[in-house]
Write a protein that binds this ligand. Structure first.
Ligand code: PHE
Length: 453
């Protein structure tokens, strides 16, 4: 059924609404769940340094470019790329970039929702106090038993997908904006509180040392790729989320300033998460490379031993779920916006179909933690494969193409007009980064991984 009313392109109510939504998209499981565990798996300091460098020289310029492409076209990523390709008289293959983004978004959401389901389950566990046992080994067993149960994981994954759909169905102004409005201050406050606790563990400096003193001998080619991929993942870049959010952005807002702000906030949250978690890891003789369960095995120890920890634990996991929700809605929004604007779906129908497909795909991730844990492709479980394929390959490739398109294909008069930089120099710096530095960096990391370098 075609509902032409919903096909009108939406808009944020203000610059602030965009900042909140884009920060909400950026800050999520990537910062609090993924950053600590991949840092732990890849040896700490050197990995963190590469990640920070990537945010600065690749992430920020591409975030500016992606927002710009969205706002200039005023369309969902698939239609946006088709339109921009025509406008620039570029090769028509460029429009596949929009497709790749939409697909990457759904693939990411399929496993993102499973992990967000864990966080949802931990809200309940925090509430009933079931993980407040004294000994870290028991907390680990609790986690292991939990992920060993497909039924439980499917239940929480389903619940999280439903929550995502409920928000997305309400649209940009009612759903997305409202959801992110209250989260950020609470999130910041709780992270600071956890860092405060980390200072009391006796291993605070060991944690800091792990995070910030680089040992380059631990830096493999794949670690560099993971760090770069994570810069894309954590900033929500390379798959159209920021493009579609940019398309809802009023014309008078400065894109560059906003991008720097968002990337800054995202990085601070990730570093705070690392500073909170590693001291707990070392103080309890846990292993930094414990994998995806890391925060679920460490933070309950903190909540169990700080005063008022019961409440802090509940608040923390609630906040983690909300942070995940404000990201998950941006993972599915490109697909939904395309179905509505281009295929004439109502928003409801678009949500149901894209949600169902993603949910079904998520079952593969659920089973990869239990029944199918031995089913491997290229030595990876389904979850690991999806993660590698999206974060390490699709997002950097998408980002690379966005950089090339913005730097080389789009007419300069359009990028100058969209970016409206306060002076010529800042535009030139961006242009240099987007045309040469960012694509070359992505390219060299890939060459390095393939072993050519
Ligand atoms: N940036 C989100 C996070 O760090 C994940 C995400 C990736 C969201 C890509 C949108 C697009 O949790």
């Amino acid at each position: 059924m075609t509902d032409t009313k919903t096909a009108v392109h939406s808009a944020w109510s203000s610059r602030f609404a965009f900042i909140l939504a884009a920060t909400g998209s950026a800050v999520g499981l990537g910062n609090i769940w993924k950053f600590p565990y991949i840092t732990g798996e890849n040896g700490g300091g050197a990995f963190v340094l590469v990640y920070l460098l990537c945010v600065l020289v690749i992430g920020i310029p591409i975030m500016i470019a992606e927002t710009m492409l969205g706002r200039h076209s005023q369309k969902n990523p698939i239609d946006a790329m088709a339109y921009l390709t025509k406008e620039a008289q570029a090769d028509s293959n460029w429009h596949y970039l929009g497709w790749m983004g939409v697909i990457a978004g759904l693939l990411i959401l399929s496993y993102y929702s499973v992990i967000a389901g864990w966080a949802t389950a931990y809200v309940l566990k925090a509430f009933t106090g079931s993980f407040y046992v004294d000994n870290p080994a028991e907390i680990k067993t609790l986690f292991d038993d939990f992920v060993a149960s497909p039924v439980q994981l499917i239940f929480w994954h389903t619940l999280f997908m439903l929550a995502t759909m409920l928000i997305v169905v309400r649209g940009v102004n009612n759903g997305l904006e409202k959801a992110v409005q209250y989260l950020m201050p609470v999130l910041f406050f709780l992270m600071l509180l956890l860092v405060g606790y980390a200072m009391t563990t006796g291993s605070y400096f060991q944690g800091l040392h792990f995070l910030f003193s680089p040992d380059f001998s631990k830096l493999t080619a794949n670690a560099v790729l993971t760090a770069m991929g994570h810069a894309f993942f954590t900033l929500s870049l390379g798959m159209g989320a920021i493009m579609v959010y940019g398309s809802y952005l009023p014309k008078d807002v400065s894109i560059a300033k906003t991008a720097v702000l968002i990337a800054g906030a995202d990085t601070v949250v990730a570093l705070l998460a690392g500073i909170a978690i590693f001291p707990i890891v070392f103080a309890n003789n846990l292993h930094p490379d414990s994998g995806p369960g890391l925060i679920f095995q460490t933070l309950p120890i903190a909540f169990g031993s700080m005063s008022g920890g019961w409440l802090v634990g509940i608040l923390f996991f609630v906040m983690l779920v909300v942070a995940a929700l404000t990201s998950s809605i941006s993972l599915i929004e490109p697909a939904v916006a395309w179905l509505v604007e281009s295929k004439g779906f109502t928003r409801e129908r678009a949500c149901v179909w894209s949600g169902l497909a993603t949910w079904a795909l998520g079952l593969g991730t659920v089973l990869s933690f239990n029944a199918w844990s031995e089913v491997k492709f290229f030595e990876r479980t389904i979850f690991q494969l999806l993660d590698y394929l999206t974060a390490n390959l699709m997002l950097p490739i998408g980002g690379f193409c966005i950089a090339i398109f913005a730097g080389w294909m789009m007419q300069q008069k359009h990028s100058i007009a969209e970016l409206a930089m306060p002076n010529d120099l800042s535009y030139q710096v961006w242009k240099l980064l987007i045309s040469y530095v960012a694509p070359a960096a992505v390219f060299f990391v890939f060459l390095h991984v393939i072993g050519v370098l």
